[in-house]
Design a protein around this ligand. Structure first.
Ligand SMILES: Nc1ncnc2c1ncn2[C@@H]1O[C@H](COP(=O)(O)OP(=O)(O)OP(=O)(O)O)[C@@H](O)[C@H]1O
Ligand SMILES: [Mg+2]
Length: 330
């Protein structure tokens, strides 16, 4: 789904009902890549998602232990670790973390999502209640708890979660006096390389030690940018941090992609911001744009990813398109 297609859809073109639509028109290059990746004939969302609730309300996701994880049904090759990062608040990091992970899971990828934000929005947005969690990423970073003791498996098809609780708020300060404080997350995730196709890290809106841990652990950065005033504000600072970490701690760190979020094609502002971001980042910007839609903001209160909450809607379609673009980028 291209940028202008989204624009047309925003302007009131009929959105096909029922099943989410799989993109059908692809360039020969895209077809070649999909063929080599063997994703050409992937059925996107075959099942009819069942709401976890009858009527209004919220039913928590079942919390199992890692030893109860369903068997992985395919051999996983290389793991790509992506940090979803932007120190500007409210740009769609957690929304993207949840919905991109779930979409990749629906496309048969094995995904581990790490909630590295003390706000725990990704954890609650996937239906995990804080009272159900004994240990969180804090215990991995500061108490040497093995990551597998913390992982909640199968929170969604193909998706495991490392949750965050408010305990993590202490980590910024407590890490300061620790040895190898910048490498804690990298060391923990290292043991899981090869078990997942993607490890996504939802970063907090700051450039503190938690974010530095993400910058050191990540192979690449995934930067959401909101189509709003001051969209690029702070991005230079983020790129500076990236360069510093690259020089000293993670020489191969780079940008994986830049994602335009909360796009509203009816407003001149959204269109201007999108064009400014695209001219600044060029091909690094994803073709897929995430539209502003109320369904995306409602889904977390039901503890569901958008492909479960509103499978036929434009939010679902956008995150599935994004997941396919992510897979194509390798
Ligand atoms: N595409 C969208 N359409 C409508 N609302 C959205 C969309 N994306 C995100 N939102 C809403 O915008 C708010 C901020 O999104 P989100 O929590 O994903 O941002 P964030 O970058 O993770 O924030 P923080 O920096 O606080 O962690 C949330 O209320 C979310 O539901
Ligand atoms: Mg967030």
């Amino acid at each position: 789904m291209g940028f202008f297609d989204n624009l047309k859809r925003e302007r009131g073109a009929a959105v096909p009902a029922a099943e989410p639509v799989v993109e059908e028109t692809e360039t020969p290059e895209e077809e070649a890549v999909e063929e080599s990746l063997n994703i050409e004939d992937v059925e996107v969302v075959e099942r009819v998602p069942q709401p976890r609730v009858s009527g209004e309300g919220f039913v928590p996701t079942e919390v199992k232990s890692y030893s109860q994880k369903k068997r992985v049904n395919h051999v996983v090759g290389q793991t790509k670790i992506l940090a979803i990062i932007n120190q500007k608040g409210g740009v769609g990091k957690s929304t993207t973390a949840i919905n991109l992970s779930a979409a990749l899971g629906a496309l048969n990828k094995q995904v581990l999502l790490v909630d590295l934000d003390p706000q725990g929005n990704t954890t609650s947005g996937l239906g995990i209640e804080k009272s159900q969690i004994d240990n969180c990423i804090y215990d991995v970073l500061l108490n040497d708890t093995p990551l597998t003791d913390v992982i909640i498996p199968d929170v969604y098809e193909g998706l495991d979660l490392v949750p965050a609780t408010i305990n993590l708020a202490g980590a910024e300060v407590e890490l300061v006096s620790e040895m190898a404080r910048e490498n804690r997350l990298k060391d923990a995730l290292g043991s899981l390389r090869g078990r997942y196709d993607y490890i996504l890290i939802d970063c907090p809106p700051s450039l503190g030690l938690l974010t530095v841990n993400a910058l050191v652990a990540a192979d690449k950065l995934f930067i959401p940018i909101q189509c709003e005033f001051y969209a690029l504000e702070g991005v230079t600072k983020l790129l500076d941090s990236m360069k510093r970490v690259k020089t000293r701690l993670n020489p191969t760190l780079d940008i994986f992609g830049v994602l335009l979020t909360m796009y509203d094609g009816r407003t001149t502002l959204s269109r201007q911001v999108a064009s400014e971001v695209r001219s600044y980042f060029g091909k690094i910007a994803f073709t897929t744009t995430i539209p502003r839609t109320v369904k995306l903001s409602e889904a977390p209160s039901y503890g569901q990813p958008i492909i479960e909450y509103d499978p036929a809607g434009k939010g679902s379609q956008a995150y599935l398109d994004l997941a396919k673009e992510v897979i194509r980028r390798g």
